[in-house]
Design a protein around this ligand. Sequence first.
Ligand SMILES: [Zn+2]
Length: 192
Amino acid sequence: MDYTILVNNKNLLLPDYIPEDLIEIYEPMGSKLDKTYINRLNIKAYKAFKEMQKDALKEGYEIFIDSSYRTYEYQKRIFDQTVKEKGLKHALKYVALPGGSEHQTGLAIDIIFKRNNKMIEEQTENDPEIKWLFSHAHIYGFILRYPKGKEKITGFNFEPWHFRFVGQELAKKIYIQNITLEEYYTLQKRAQ
Ligand SMILES: [Zn+2]
């Protein structure tokens, strides 16, 4: 598994791309605190998340995975549905193309959190949990994949909840240089 794989609307995954090393995970679903649902995630990314979750809890932050692996078909359904409801322009702006969601790699997670026993689903950059993630996720190998101010580069709107596992080494580089995965690859090409 290449943890540094670049996926976006210009670098699409094929419909039959199914990542290796997926394991079943059990996480709470949205606001339903009493329910868990089965999803799948890359095993190394999951182990890294569990470490991060443990350390976040020491600070009093209860973080969970809301969304992880998604199939090509699933993304296609979301995209087609959005086109139907809101038009192609809206869909292209707010939804990843089929094959363009890195959730298909099994390396991306959307994070939600619980505060005072309530699930918070409107994550913003001002939430202390999110702030903690912004400055600590790289230690565990995650990057904030769609940062604010980099929308034109990533092709995605700012998503303070979406984190991508790239491994500790690359995550640290990207964090220190304050760049995106796209910019990392552009710099790599220039250096060759
Ligand atoms: Zn996401």
